[in-house]
Design a binder for this molecule. Structure first.
Ligand code: HEM
Length: 347
């Protein structure tokens, strides 16, 4: 039987379909850009809120702007392999690239004026698979959600003298962080700080079992507490000088300690640490081999995005890593486009 000729599509219908596709695409862009919902938190807004009016962040990270780079190795002892099939947790030695930094949007901040210190880290497996992370030294985050972090940034820059008090009333979890910031001693060295993931992730073992975890890089160096006044007396950039000299004098290292959640522990709030008695596993040692100044160093072009994870590690229901990933990408794009202002060697 001859095939029935298909009915020719009406030109009006064709034009309508094209119009729908164009309008639909435009609406998707408008939604993604936040134009349809001006109140919605976007990574662009959060990154803009990080920079105070008196700071020029051009060419630099929009947070943790001051730092120093290193290359080194991670010596996995196999202790983490029962929890995660991540290649870099299997016994062996793997290349590491890291950045010790200060939690400030000001690339020229004086060391003693910055309360939070950080570590950006990239571990690379023999296959080239990467695990990127960015950790800080407080034992918990100041707030429970990315929206609250944005609100905190806005309140701290607000001219209204009651803005911070109103914020604290709406976000009582900040009180614990305030207590830490007031009482935790400064140290004279990055080598004496512990760096904590704070966000919870899921380790998947070789049998497919999931385990909720947080982790910390715990210093092997003895911790010597000093006051911020003493640190100030050592100079504006003493931390960078100190770590450079220390690495030349001998090995500088941290233990990777993995904390495993008990059933029922909340994984979606980095302001709430898990109880101290949770199982802790020593997974290996991070060793610095060489310090490299920020200017033109290999860290400049790296985004330590905490969602770049190897097989065997995945995000949990913690809302921060996704929000951080989006914000870090905005910051990375900005600073990469500002080559005139890239970090310069000044010291
Ligand atoms: C919504 C919450 C957060 C926002 C918006 C945010 C934002 C940022 C931005 C924009 C950067 C610069 C990225 C780049 O240009 O490469 C950065 C760096 C960093 N952040 Fe966050 N952050 C958040 C939460 C956290 C948390 C929870 C931690 C630690 C547990 C953390 C630790 C760090 C560290 C260590 C760096 C420096 C990494 C490096 O050396 O490149 N941040 N953050």
């Amino acid at each position: 039987m001859p095939e029935k000729p298909s009915s020719p599509r009406s030109p009006v219908l064709g034009a309508a379909i094209i119009a729908l596709v164009v309008i639909g695409g435009g609406a998707a862009f408008a939604y993604t850009g936040g134009w349809l919902s001006p109140g919605r938190l976007t990574p662009q807004k959060i990154v803009a809120a990080l920079t105070p009016p008196n700071v020029d962040p051009s060419g630099h990270r929009r947070n943790h702007a001051k730092g120093i780079c290193f290359t080194g190795r991670f010596e996995a002892n196999g202790g983490g392999a029962a929890l995660s099939k991540a290649a870099v947790l299997a016994s062996g030695t793997y290349p590491a690239l890291g950045r010790l930094n200060l939690g400030t949007p000001d690339p020229n901040a004086l060391d003693a004026t910055v309360r939070v210190r950080g570590l950006g880290l990239r571990l690379t497996a023999p296959s080239g698979e990467e695990w990127r992370m960015a950790m800080i030294d407080p034992p918990f985050f100041p707030v429970s959600t990315p929206q609250a972090f944005y609100d905190l940034l806005k309140a701290s820059g607000d001219k209204d003298p009651n803005a911070m008090a109103s914020f604290a009333a709406a976000h009582p979890e900040i009180a614990a962080f305030g207590g830490w910031a007031k009482s935790a001693p400064y140290t004279p060295s990055y080598a004496e700080n512990a760096f904590n993931s704070l966000n919870a992730f899921i380790f998947t073992d070789s049998k497919g079992g999931d385990h909720a975890v947080r982790w910390s890089f715990v210093p092997t160096a003895p911790v010597t507490a000093i006051s911020d006044e003493e640190l100030k007396g050592r100079g504006a950039d003493s931390l960078e000088k100190e770590i450079t000299d220390r690495v030349v004098a001998g090995p500088v290292s941290w233990k990777l300690m993995v904390t495993v959640a008990n059933a029922g522990d909340r994984t979606n709030d980095p302001s709430k640490p898990w109880p101290e008695d949770r199982q802790k596993i020593d997974a290996g040692t991070l060793v610095i081999e060489k310090i490299i100044p920020e200017a033109n160093g290999p860290c400049r072009d790296v985004n330590f995005d905490p969602t770049v994870l190897p097989a065997g590690v995945k995000v949990s229901d913690d809302p921060f890593p996704a929000a951080r990933s989006a914000a870090y990408a905005v910051s990375f794009d900005k600073r990469m486009g500002e080559s005139q202002s890239y970090p310069k060697e000044t010291k």
